[in-house]
Design a protein around this ligand. Structure first.
Ligand SMILES: Cc1cc2nc3c(=O)[nH]c(=O)nc-3n(C[C@H](O)[C@H](O)[C@H](O)COP(=O)(O)O)c2cc1C
Length: 175
């Protein structure tokens, strides 16, 4: 099972990237290979110019193509996914997610934009061909408390939701 994660936060210290990391750690033992694509680390000029020939971007797109499972994490910005994530998703071929299992994750300042996963992110994933989109996991900032070491402490309810969302992937990994 090849697992590729896409982190769409522009922030270095990122709650959504942390949530993604938690998901990755839970699947790591069963995965054949895994890669996290931090879109913020791709060359900005090439990303904005849609230069799919730039080596780091080409490699990232190829990794997505090879993946069986794609986990997509974004902060909620202005009631939708981040522009950074969209800049990367725009470079994927039209059917890039067809046949893959896709798990959407998001973090937001409050629960008010919980539905952004359903009305904003999932339609884009579906437009890219994804037909197996797992239950998304949304975390409010208060559910990921900052720790002095730079990480975050996830509350129990959030960990339970993440565990449930990952069950179909974990079952596929160990089949
Ligand atoms: C420019 C900007 C816009 C934001 N817009 C929203 C929003 O519309 N709804 C919301 O719930 N949180 C909003 N937030 C809060 C972030 O979504 C939240 O802090 C999130 O956890 C940040 O994720 P990150 O640490 O991975 O970047 C916004 C934050 C920024 C910086």
């Amino acid at each position: 099972m090849h697992i590729v994660s896409i982190s769409g936060s522009p922030s270095q210290r990122s709650r959504s990237a942390w949530l993604l990391q938690l998901a990755h750690e839970r699947l790591a033992d069963d995965a054949r290979s895994e890669r996290v694509i931090a879109v913020r680390e791709l060359p900005a000029g090439a990303l904005l110019a849609a230069d799919v020939g730039a080596a780091p971007i080409r490699l990232a797109l190829d990794d997505v193509q090879r993946a069986d499972v794609v986990i997509v994490a974004t902060p909620i910005y202005k009631a939708a996914y981040s522009g950074l994530l969209k800049a990367f998703l725009d470079l994927l071929p039209q059917d890039a997610l067809r046949g893959k299992t896709v798990l959407p994750l998001a973090t937001g300042g409050s629960l008010a934009h919980l539905l952004a996963l359903d009305y904003a992110l999932k339609p884009v994933l579906a437009a890219l061909g994804a037909r197996e989109i797992l239950d998304g996991v949304f975390a409010a900032d208060a559910q990921l408390a900052p720790l002095p070491d730079g990480g975050f402490a996830a509350d129990e309810a959030l960990l339970d939701r993440l565990e449930r969302a990952l069950e179909p992937v974990a079952a596929r990994c160990s089949a």
